[in-house]
Design a binder for this molecule. Structure first.
Ligand code: HEM
Length: 215
């Protein structure tokens, strides 16, 4: 079996495991709809054109022409790869941080934000062996992930998807949108975060740069 087929096959198995009860009856329950993940499918169609794929750390993802973003479980046949994630509750943001973060965060799908970046990443077993308070200390007190990223808002719109508990190949899928003139600022943001202690726990990271293909 090709590596591409393996990825899709393992994703399909994970999806079936998660929705097995109603897949058996062919119906979609309200609970299933509520939990439907966002599915990022690379292939021959989609609202985003893939400009390039960079393996930042570890194995890359296969090349493809377009990325489709949809709320469903299973990719169409022939996908080069597909990644799932769900929007989950916050783990590290403290009450006093939440209000300024929410106020500064722009929505997705702004008309001027014609560039996007998809970054799936996996953290190491050492990270997951830490306790919640130890992870928070690395994430914010020592790496300043949130406080030092604030100055990039509202130029960059973002959404974090959790994938680890879905049995996906990556722990997280992160999504960013920005106008072309803010791409240098986005590059600076990436450079900053990757230089911090938190990123010493990143085992695999892939960067997929995109341009909006449809209006
Ligand atoms: C505008 C810039 C950014 C802001 C304001 C921001 C903010 C945040 C916040 C508040 C969280 C914690 C969510 C929670 O409470 O659980 C978080 C988590 C995360 N962010 Fe960012 N972020 C930014 C950019 C980035 C970038 C560029 C990347 C990837 C290269 C990234 C990757 C992640 C990941 C993977 C997590 C989950 C960490 C974990 O749970 O271990 N972020 N971010």
């Amino acid at each position: 079996m090709q590596r591409r087929e393996l990825i899709v096959a393992s994703l399909a198995t994970a999806a079936q495991a998660c929705v097995a009860p109603s897949r058996a009856t062919g119906t979609t329950t309200m609970e299933e709809k509520r939990r439907a993940p966002t599915l990022f499918t690379a292939g021959t169609r989609g609202a985003w054109r893939i400009d390039h794929v960079i393996a930042v750390r570890g194995e890359a993802l296969p090349a493809a022409a377009y990325l489709d973003v949809a709320s469903r479980w299973e990719p169409e046949p022939g996908a080069a790869w597909a990644l799932r994630g769900t929007v989950s509750s916050g783990r590290y943001t403290e009450r006093r941080e939440k209000a300024p973060l929410d106020a500064a965060s722009p929505p997705l799908a702004r008309s001027e934000a014609s560039r996007a970046c998809l970054i799936p990443l996996t953290k190491s077993p050492a990270w997951w062996a830490l306790t919640q308070d130890e992870r928070r200390a690395i994430f914010e007190e020592r790496s300043r992930h949130l406080s030092d990223s604030m100055r990039f808002l509202p130029r960059v719109a973002r959404r974090l998807y959790h994938s680890r508990d879905l049995g996906e190949p990556f722990d997280f899928v992160t999504w960013f949108e920005f106008a072309p003139e803010h791409e240098p600022a986005f590059d600076e943001l990436l450079h900053m975060l990757r230089s911090r202690e938190e990123w010493t726990f990143v085992d695999r990271e892939v960067e997929v740069r995109l341009t909006r293909a449809t209006g």
